[in-house]
Design a protein around this ligand. Structure first.
Ligand SMILES: [Zn+2]
Length: 151
């Protein structure tokens, strides 16, 4: 992001969060070139979100998915509005409530929730699969899908 968060209306909640005003959370574009740079800046400060009571409010306010946010918000590291790293206790309930779409109740509906980085609706929940890491470090995931058939 371009660091204009403070100029937006309605920023009263996160002003009280421990991260408020820290340049490592809303990272200036000129400090990083790719996702790995960004994660290298953000992951060391992500612990500050641990136990923070403002995580859901932070995500509601910054709307990282819609604003294509880069940096730390609500216990997660975002790259272009996509989650690339998250605290172990990051909970889906902290994400915005689901928008109900025609595709709900199908795998496509579940993917739509995932793309919007919102909660899964109850109909889509059974179809949810985690996204591959956009930074291309998802090798472990593919291996998990190909479980060997050991007799
Ligand atoms: Zn749904």
């Amino acid at each position: 992001m371009t660091g204009t968060r403070g100029a937006q209306p309605g920023t009263y909640v996160t002003e009280h969060a421990p991260c408020w005003g820290d340049p490592d959370f809303a990272v200036a574009d000129n400090r990083w070139k790719n996702g790995k740079d960004l994660v290298a800046i953000c992951e060391p400060v992500l612990y500050v979100c641990s136990g923070c009571p403002y995580r859901a409010a932070c995500i509601r306010q910054v709307r990282p998915a819609k604003s294509a946010f880069d940096g730390v918000c609500g216990g997660r590291v975002w790259l272009n509005g996509v989650i690339v790293s998250a605290l172990p206790d990051a909970d889906p309930s902290e994400l915005p409530p689901p928008v109900i779409r025609k595709a709900c109740g199908t795998a496509a509906g579940s993917r739509a929730h995932r793309r919007a980085v919102e909660q899964q609706c109850p109909d889509c929940e059974p179809f949810y699969t985690p996204a591959a890491n956009p930074l291309g470090e998802a090798d472990d995931d593919t291996q998990q899908l190909e479980l060997p058939c050991v007799a």
